[in-house]
Design a protein around this ligand. Structure first.
Ligand code: F6R
Length: 606
């Protein structure tokens, strides 16, 4: 994950910025850079690789100046070279950026026509050029930045310096976190409170859509509609911890809100976003000859695998054998030597998944693991790993690791489809662009959080809750039920909507809320019939959908309409409302959300 730091101070800032960037190293990065305003002029030092390379560069060029921005970059658009490292700048504007600017190509085409000369392959550089253009056209620095921000589409965080403006920094947050820190005659900005801990523990977290004008005296924060807003100033304890809750009550809430950012980082490591291409690491099998895949995992990771099964079948033409690892390891599954087995695990230490991996290895299978912890046993023992970049997940209930597993598996399915000749260039572009839009849509869903409150009240009064879905919405129904039961202790079950008539319908009466996960796809009509069956028996239907479909007189207890998205990414988007429902229901019921009873984060025993 990229990291951002900025300081408007009273003494030279370059070294302090590097010190703060060091605290963001845990996020992972492959290049770094600093820019300062020295006597009103923008300067810059950047280096490939680790911060020590940047420090070596800084000892040569010695950047002065009391105002500066710094960045650790995890490559998205363009290779991890010095040229692509942030800050990006013109003679008038320097910028550091986390996230993805989706419409960068059209903005770039316009800017090139205007005469801008680009020196990197990044999406970020368009921001520096666009603000420069507006300043050249007569706008004030703040207006130029405001106009630029309105043109950007995507999920991002930014810090911007303007030539000649030593007491000014413009920052913005849309989907990627950003915190402002207050000192004595100094103001700071960072990707999280951990970066700012050496300077201050007085912090304001920006909300999505916020942008702010920083000076040495503090910050003026505006929302999406340009209204001045007051965001709470709080004391953080990040000084002593490597992970903190930010402005959230629980780690789980923080992790739910991190999803636009971590999904975008994970996507960046398996896709060339500028080219809209999948880029997979070498896999230990001959992909052209591959026709089957075996998947094992536990809990939420197993549900990620269930969703991936639909993708592997649809996009890569692969038959998939998937099982819960604790069952798989004791079955006598005939495994063809040289076949491919896939394991999915946040921790990389889950005993049953590890045992399944060892069993497959012993049977001559090639093994690939999707893991979040690259030092884990599964990562070490697999032939290849696909690392999810969710960062540390502290809440026991998995959230951001799940969506990062999904985006990784989607890339794998598309990448295999391309290699097998089943997906042509246009289709690949369409699918990758759908994945690129996910962080923006996730951020939109997170801004709808207030709409979920009434539903949580309904759920909190229930003894049993059913979740229904079809297609890839079925595993989301399973995941929704698991999330609810593990943190709120309300009994919940997920079912394939078509299974309703084969048993679970007997449970339905007016006391049973039924959460129906039904994107407006070609399966919607079928699920609608199931909802009518539920309604006829007095069940309270809570519909999660993404279109305003005709309800034909169907009575709903509640309905949430998410932004419409490409069918490929439905599970990535619909994962969020089921997490939010479980989270707020649990908070409402007063349970221990981050450490629910009887559960462990990593199940290292059978
Ligand atoms: C549920 C949850 C668990 C884990 C499962 C596997 O919210 O977190 O079901 O998904 O224990 O853990 P990992 O992914 O570490 O193998």
């Amino acid at each position: 994950m990229c990291g951002i730091v900025g300081i408007i101070g009273t003494k030279p800032v370059a070294d302090a910025i590097v010190e703060a960037l060091r605290r963001l190293e845990y996020r992972g990065y492959d290049s770094a850079g600093v820019s300062t305003l020295e006597n009103g002029r923008l300067t810059r030092a950047r280096a490939e690789g680790k911060l020590r390379n940047l420090e070596a560069r800084l000892s040569e060029v010695q950047l002065g100046g009391h105002t500066g921005i710094g960045h650790t970059r995890w490559a998205t658009h363009g290779a991890p070279t010095e040229q692509n490292a942030h800050p990006h700048m013109t003679s008038k504007v320097a910028v550091v950026h986390n996230g993805i600017i989706e419409n960068f190509q059209e903005l770039k085409d316009d800017l090139v026509a205007y005469g801008a000369v680009f020196s990197s392959e990044t999406d970020t550089e368009i921001i520096a050029h666009l603000i420069t253009r507006y300043i050249e056209e007569g706008a004030t620095p703040i207006d130029a930045a405001r106009r630029c921000l309105k043109e950007l589409s995507g999920a991002f965080a930014l810090a911007i310096l303007i030539e000649g403006q030593e007491n000014l920094m413009i920052v913005a947050r849309q989907g990627s976190p950003l915190a402002i820190g207050y000192g004595d005659g100094e103001t700071f900005v960072g990707s999280d409170a951990i970066a700012l801990a050496p300077f201050t523990n007085t912090i304001t977290y920006l909300e999505d859509g916020d942008w702010a004008v920083l000076t040495r005296d503090g910050a003026e924060i505006r929302d999406l509609e340009d209204r001045i807003v007051n965001r709470p100033v709080q004391k953080t304890i990040a000084t002593t911890l490597l992970v903190d809750k930010g402005n959230h009550r629980h780690f789980m809430a923080k992790e739910i809100h991190e999803q636009p950012e971590v999904v975008s980082h994970t996507l960046s490591s398996f896709a060339d976003i500028a080219e809209a291409r999948i880029v997979l690491p070498d896999l230990p099998v001959d992909i052209e000859k591959l026709d089957r895949l075996t998947i094992s995992a536990c809990g939420t990771a197993y549900y990620a695998g269930l969703i991936a099964k639909y993708w592997f079948e649809t996009y890569a033409g692969l038959g998939v054998e998937i099982d819960i690892a604790s069952e798989f390891r004791y079955r006598n599954v005939p495994l063809k030597s040289g076949g491919l087995s896939l394991f999915i695990s946040q921790s990389g230490e889950t005993a049953d998944t590890l045992a399944a991996l060892r069993h497959c290895k012993a049977s001559g299978q090639k093994t690939v693991s999707v893991v979040n912890v690259p030092q884990s046993t599964m990562a070490r023992e697999s032939d290849a790993i696909l690392q999810t970049l969710a960062g540390p997940e502290i809440g026991v209930a998995s959230t951001k690791a799940f969506t990062c597993q999904l985006v990784t598996l989607a890339c794998l399915a598309i990448g295999l489809g391309v290699k097998k000749g089943l997906i042509d260039r246009d289709r690949e572009r369409e699918l990758v662009n759908a994945l690129v839009s996910v962080p923006r849509h996730m951020s939109h869903v997170l801004q709808m959080e207030d709409q979920f409150e009434d539903i949580c009240h309904i759920l909190s009064k229930a003894r049993d809750v059913l979740y229904l879905g079809r297609g890839t919405a079925f595993p989301i129904a399973l995941e929704g039920a698991l999330k609810l039961k593990e943190i709120s202790y309300i009994h919940a079950e997920g079912y394939a909507a078509g299974e309703l008539k084969h048993g679970p319908i007997a449970l339905i009466d007016e006391n049973v809320p039924i959460v129906v996960v039904a994107p407006g796809d070609e399966l919607y009509e079928k699920t609608h019939s199931n909802m009518q069956e539920v309604a006829a028996r007095g069940g309270q239907i809570i519909l999660l959908t993404d279109q305003d479909m005709e309800q034909n007189g169907l009575e709903l207890a509640a309905k949430i309409t998410l932004p419409p998205t490409h069918p490929l990414v439905h599970p990535l988007i619909f994962a969020l409302p089921v997490q939010i429902l479980a989270y707020h229901t649990a908070v409402f019921m007063g349970t221990d959300v981050d450490q629910p009873r009887n559960l462990a984060k990593s199940v290292t025993v059978e």
